[in-house]
Design a protein. Structure first.
Length: 369
C-alpha cells in the first residue's frame, strides 16, 4: 500500500509576529524592571547611617547640628578614594557601585568642601560632588581696614593666604585693569560681607572686592564716570581719611567738607588718621590710642601735618558712609575738628585755630577688632 506523505504545516505570519512580539515585550519588561531597580537603588538613601557615630579624622566628613554632613574633597583625590570614605561613613551603601557610576558618568569629582543634605541618594551625592557647588564661607571685611589687615582676616577665615592677597592687591596689572592711578588697590576694595569657598584664588578675591567697590560707588554717585581717574582718586583718598576719623555718620560729610576746604586754600589736611597709618602700616607699631606731638613730626609723605595736599594714596577701605560724604561734602566754613566727647564720639568743629586748640587732646578712632 502506498504511503501517504504528510505536508508540514507552515507557521502563519501572525504566529511568527506574535512570538517575536511576546519576546520583545518580555525583554522590555525585564529591562524596565532592571532600570527601575537601578533608578531606585541610585536614588534611595543609604541604610547604613548608624555607623556615622564612629567617623574618623581620616574620613574628613563631619555631621553638622542640622543633620547634614560636611565632606572635604582633597586636592588630587580620586573618585575611588572619595567612594571609600563615603562607604566607611555610611553615606553610600557600596563603593563599587559608586566607582561604576563615576566611570560611566565621565565627570570628575571637584576639590572643595560640600554639604550633603540628608537623606541623600548615591546619585544625588555624585551630582553634588561633580557640580563644584562648594560651601561658601562668610567673611566680613570691616570699614576702615587696610590691605594688610584685610589679608589677615581672609587668612584666618581660610579663604586665601595673607601673602597671596597682599601680592594680588599690589599687582600692577590688576591695579591698571581698574584704571586706578596708584601702586596698590588700597581704598578700592569695598568693606562688606563676602561669601567665598575655602582656598579661593587671591586675585579673584581682590577682583570681587574691587567690582563691589565700583558697584557701590555707582549707587552713591551714578555719574562718577565723569571724573578722571585722578579726580576720583582724590575723592577716594578723602573718603579713606574720613573713614578713619568719623564716629557718628552724620558728621562724615562735615569732615569731608573740612578737608576739601583745606585743599582749596592749600592748607595741610592735618589728619590724625594719616599719622596713625604711618605708625601702624609703615612703621609696624601698635595702634595708638592718642596721637602725641612727637608723632606729628614723623617724616613721611603720608604725614599730612608736615606735607600739604593729599597723601600719596588712600589709607583705608572706605565704606558707604565715608564714600557718600566724599561725594557730597557739607559746605561750611569749618577748617578744624576735634573729638569732643569720647563716649558719644561727637566732634567739635571750628573755624579758627584758637578754637581748635581749646578743644583738647588728639584722639584716634579705635583699632579694628
Amino acid at each position: 500500500m502506498a504511503k501517504v506523505k504528510h505536508k508540514k504545516k507552515k507557521k502563519s505570519f501572525f504566529s511568527v509576529f506574535f512570538g517575536i512580539f511576546s519576546f520583545l515585550v518580555a525583554l522590555s519588561v525585564i529591562f524596565i524592571t532592571l532600570a527601575l531597580g537601578a533608578v531606585m537603588y541610585f536614588n534611595y538613601p543609604s541604610q547604613n547611617m548608624q555607623r556615622n557615630n564612629n567617623i574618623s579624622d581620616f574620613d574628613a566628613i563631619k555631621q553638622d547640628e542640622d543633620g547634614s554632613y560636611l565632606i572635604e574633597v582633597r586636592r588630587g583625590e580620586t573618585s575611588q578614594s572619595v567612594g571609600l570614605r563615603l562607604e566607611r561613613t555610611g553615606l553610600i551603601n557600596n563603593r563599587h557601585i559608586w566607582n561604576v557610576l563615576c566611570r560611566i558618568s565621565n565627570q570628575h569629582i571637584k576639590m572643595g568642601t560640600y554639604r550633603i543634605e540628608m537623606p541623600a541618594s548615591i546619585l544625588a551625592i555624585h551630582r553634588l560632588l561633580v557640580s563644584g557647588r562648594e560651601i561658601l564661607h562668610s567673611v566680613t571685611i570691616p570699614e576702615g581696614v587696610t590691605i594688610r589687615r584685610a589679608s589677615i582676616i581672609l587668612e584666618d577665615a581660610g579663604i586665601c593666604s595673607a601673602s597671596s592677597f597682599i601680592a594680588s592687591a599690589r599687582d600692577l596689572s590688576i591695579v591698571r585693569e581698574y584704571g586706578i592711578p596708584n601702586q596698590t588697590m588700597e581704598g578700592y576694595l569695598f568693606p562688606d560681607t563676602y561669601f567665598f569657598p575655602k582656598d579661593f584664588p587671591a586675585d579673584q578675591v581682590v577682583r570681587k572686592m574691587a567690582d563691589n567697590f565700583f558697584e557701590r560707588l555707582e549707587t552713591i554717585y551714578p555719574s562718577y564716570h565723569v571724573f578722571t581717574a585722578l579726580e576720583l582718586n582724590e575723592k577716594v583718598i578723602i573718603a579713606s581719611i574720613v573713614e578713619r576719623e568719623y564716629r557718628i555718620p552724620d558728621e562724615a560729610p562735615l569732615m569731608a567738607g573740612v578737608f576739601f576746604n583745606r585743599l582749596r586754600i592749600n592748607m595741610g589736611l592735618q589728619s590724625c588718621a594719616t599719622v596713625e597709618y604711618i605708625i601702624t602700616e609703615i612703621l609696624g607699631r601698635p595702634h595708638p590710642n592718642v596721637i602725641l606731638n612727637q608723632d606729628l613730626q614723623i617724616r613721611n609723605p603720608y604725614n599730612t601735618y608736615i606735607h600739604r595736599g593729599l597723601p600719596p594714596g588712600p589709607i583705608s577701605a572706605p565704606g558707604f558712609v565715608s564714600l557718600n560724604a566724599a561725594m557730597y561734602p557739607e559746605r561750611t566754613n569749618f577748617l578744624y575738628f576735634r573729638l569732643a566727647d569720647v563716649a558719644s564720639g561727637r566732634h567739635y568743629f571750628s573755624r579758627t585755630h584758637d578754637e581748635h586748640i581749646r578743644a583738647g587732646q588728639l584722639f584716634t578712632k579705635p583699632s579694628w577688632p
